[in-house]
Design a protein around this ligand. Structure first.
Ligand code: GLP
Length: 241
């Protein structure tokens, strides 16, 4: 794992955007794995800026998001579908038919997970998978204890994860109890992983990422086994390293 330490959130976002822009400028049909949460918002702002300045086009880009809540409509402001529209897709020239997220309202969730896996394998391979880091080490919504080999699946969210994400909802009762997430097995097949870590509250998780043995109890620890991981962390997040 290669660690790049930067000053703050803005520098982290800009640095991350440079990896994505290099890829889309050099590859004909790039495939991106995308994440939601507060961490990648700045990255998306830089990508939008590059598009508006005429430095990048997303016309030939395909994207797969990591996860989606179960049980909320795509049109709901708290769906990850809406997050992606608002924070990225609607501002650039990406084709709506090339942006994929699991459907958390699918009648048959199991079939939805299988279909999502199929779509990813049809696209061959994710070139860069963007990841954030959960406080408990989760990646996507793969909570501690999730088998490393698992593919896209339905997950019961930990109380601590629901609490951490309740800041986006009116109350914790509105935070869904389940989600569909790309599995760790799926994530690990990406060509490159770009893990973004910002803020003091992530400092402990970042230490564990480097010091923990590879263990399902700390899902992100599996990244130690991936051949091409770049971690971009700001000073606050890396203060205990
Ligand atoms: C959320 C998402 C993850 C995200 C993580 C960190 O629950 N499912 O994909 O990376 O938790 O979120 P944040 O960036 O808001 O700290």
């Amino acid at each position: 794992m290669k660690l790049i330490t930067v000053k703050n959130y803005d520098e982290m976002s800009q640095k991350a955007s440079s990896f994505i822009l290099d890829l889309i400028q050099s590859k004909e049909n790039p495939v991106l794995g995308l994440a939601t949460g507060s961490t990648p918002e700045g990255l998306y702002r830089y990508l939008i800026e590059a598009y508006k300045e005429g430095k990048a086009s997303f016309q030939h880009v395909t994207t797969f998001n990591l996860d989606e809540y179960v049980g909320i409509e795509r049109a709901d402001a708290n769906s990850y579908y809406s997050f992606m529209q608002e924070n990225f897709f609607k501002h650039v020239d990406i084709s709506p038919s090339q942006t994929f997220l699991p459907n958390g309202k699918a009648a048959d969730l199991q079939a939805e997970c299988e279909d999502y896996e199929q779509l990813i394998s049809n696209a061959s391979q994710i070139d860069i998978q963007v990841l954030g880091l959960g406080l408990n080490g989760h990646i996507g919504f793969n909570e501690p204890g999730t088998p490393f080999s698992i593919r896209t699946h339905v997950v019961d969210l930990e109380e601590s994860t629901r609490e951490a994400n309740s800041r986006f909802f009116e109350s914790i009762d509105e935070v869904p109890t389940q989600a569909i997430t790309m599995g760790i097995g799926t994530i690990m097949e990406s060509k490159m992983i770009l893990l973004l870590v910002s803020g003091e509250q992530k400092a402990e998780a970042l230490v564990r990422l480097f010091t923990n043995e590879v263990s399902e109890e700390f899902p992100a620890s599996i990244l130690q086994n991936h051949p091409n991981v770049v971690i971009i962390a700001d000073e606050a997040a890396s203060k205990h390293l």
